[in-house]
Design a protein around this ligand. Sequence first.
Ligand code: FES
Ligand SMILES: [Fe+2]
Length: 385
Amino acid sequence: MDQLDVEPVFIETDVEMDNGADQGRSPHRADPTAAVDSGPRATPLRQLGLSPNHWYVVAQGTELTDQPLAVTFWHQPIVLYRGSAGQIHAIEDRCPHRQVKLSAGYVEGDRLVCAYHGWHFAPDGACTHIPYLAANQKLPTCTLRQYPVKEQDGFIWLFPGDPALAEQRSPLGVPEWEHLDYIGSAALIDVQCHYSFLIENLVDMYHGHLHGDAQVWANPILTGLEVTGDRVHAHYEADSYYTIDKIWSVAQLFVPALRKLHPEPLDVYYPYPHWMATLGDDFKLYCLFCPVDETHTRAYLIHFTSLGKFPDLHKLPMVVRRFFKSTFHNTASGLLRRVIREDLPMLQQEQAAFFRHPTYKGPELNRALVGVQQLIRQQAAEGER
Ligand code: FES
Ligand SMILES: [Fe+2]
């Protein structure tokens, strides 16, 4: 990992500063984003596109029932629906007849039926039936865009890029979702900001100040940073009270007096376009992204507690272990929602401040964010090719 220096860096952030450290007045004018931005001043980071050649998460599997579901990925309205065998299809959410939303229609077998005139569409987007087609008329050859889509680890993953690449690239695995050694909780983030604000928030472990006793680690120090073409890995040394080795350990989450800090490694990853973090052996987080447009991001924040310190659990019958996992599923979602509630106004204020001061660069002490911005720029450039 890179050796880290402690000089402040100046990055594309929108937080207004009133400490004399704004542009042109600091003695530390070395601008690390010069290495990030290539050539003449590029598109501001907060207005960049993305690389579509990755699997993005557009919904939880349980959100898609027997009705069509409308989702939006980066300006593109998409309708998801389940065919007769439960397999998922994803096509453009725009009837080629009069351009109304197909998601307002219904599913019949493997076909999606438009609400307006009842035209039928196959999973490949082809129109297959028109109820009032005359004997001397032919079906129009209109087709809709079809997206590679799959259900994996409890979520619906969509590949919005070059379909030829879809099978070459894998969704980020979330194996803990089904694994009986983990208890999972999930909560939706729906925030009016560019996705870069959210990923920077997640990589910056110094913002625990905002969350008070809802955060399970303390005193993080960034000691390692690795940036490659498709991921950032930031390593922090931290303290944590989080150890789940007794049945009542979970009470620490709700009763601060029971907490005892001990050192734990805190590793944070940005495997583009998603995020994950581990705190010691017992605690894992994911954030699965679905950027909607330049000022709107949806994502699923997921927490897992490992039951690895309960070896006797493995002796229980599978049916009991499954019951245990499903009974405690989502027990931490209230805490996740609290953290999200605290983050949302910060992110939305950053977005609003960007509109007021689009060229402002604020001082930043966390070098991991430079790596994040570098990766966002690289991937967005690839997406434009
Ligand atoms: S608008 Fe969809 S069938 Fe007419
Ligand atoms: Fe946060």
